[in-house]
Write a protein that binds this ligand. Sequence first.
Ligand SMILES: Cc1ncc(COP(=O)(O)O)c(C=O)c1O
Length: 415
Amino acid sequence: MILSRPRSHRISKPQRKQKDFERLSKLNVRSLDQKYLARDSDPKDIEVVKTSGSFVFDANGKRYIDFVMGWCVGNLGWGLDPIKNKLKSFKGPDYVTPSMLYKRWAELANLLADITPGNLKKSFRATGGTEAVEVALNAAISHTKRIKFVSIDGCYHGDSLATMSLSSDFPKGGKNSLLDCKRIKPPLDKKATGELERVLQKKDVAAFIMEPIICNLGVLIPDSDFMKSAQQLCRKYGSLLIMDEVATGFGRTGKLFASEHYDLEPDILCLAKAITGGYAALGATVTTEEVAKSVEYYYSTYGWHPLSVEAAIANVQYWLKHRDRIEENTNSMSEYFSERLENMPFKSAPNIRIKGLAIGINFHGDENYGSKIVETAEKKGLLLSESENGFTLFPALNIERAVAEEGLTLLEESL
Ligand SMILES: Cc1ncc(COP(=O)(O)O)c(C=O)c1O
């Protein structure tokens, strides 16, 4: 007698369709991606299925040590329980309309006012880094009634037309029509200070914007004197100082905010990425009270979605509780990375720049060497991020010594 399978094991037609879809999409993830996802370059051959601590796992079960952490997003490692649990147990509203009151918005803004440097007090809600910078530009124009900007040559502040206009990388053929922008060429030293003053003294610049440690230029570390003068010159000539800490914020450079390395008091601070540790999209433009008052028009439908706010609050609270321990680990791991990297047998002479766990390495006269290392390391199970003539490393700030050691050994074997 043939016994029919118990009903619970039977797969219904819709279930079978779902299973087929899952199987197909798994088998053809690259071709599906190619067909339907708009990208500016080919993705890596890593289909991510799991993240944990300093590790990323792909669909074939391969484990990678992550020295990128989503490019300054997962600063506290993937899978941080206090944030994950907050999101799981959230019982608040599905959504809050911007014109209404929401206690958790006010609480997050209060926390940001407490932890950010200088007189920063009011937060504009944003969904990510680009929007946070857009709002900063809008606020600077509204406050100063000027439209010109100064930035750093080759900088990156986002992908919108205005933020791209700050960079020298505006797409070919496009016209830099949104902003009149002058760019200061690195190195950021005495000569650059003179150049900055020549531009600002015309008193028609709304703001000078930069990253305090420039992660987007392979971790370029400006001279301390340049940064201090930038602050003074902005004040002297009536321009605002905007610090874009989308990448450096939340401990990346060894301090909660990189502006603290120079005792800066920016008029506007842009935050995103690590503000939620990777659990939800959120950006913030934190300004002084006077700057905030000048802004006449501002709206963001999804800025500070309730779930994102929970993640951000949990992250900030975690920082407040464990700040000393995280900064200590960042700084001791920074020394360890520095020591290991200085002693690695690179084929070409490296230029190594390290601030906290923001690490940039590039090679003069050997353009492909960096990308070859990144490629080989990936095959060996180590994730690095390519940069101009080299690569960057942004490991988790709470990385364990044994994992750092293993990753650096994989790097050494990739040279
Ligand atoms: C310094 C800086 N500003 C702004 C952005 C844009 O952020 P988002 O990608 O969240 O829009 C980035 C992204 O890498 C960044 O590094």
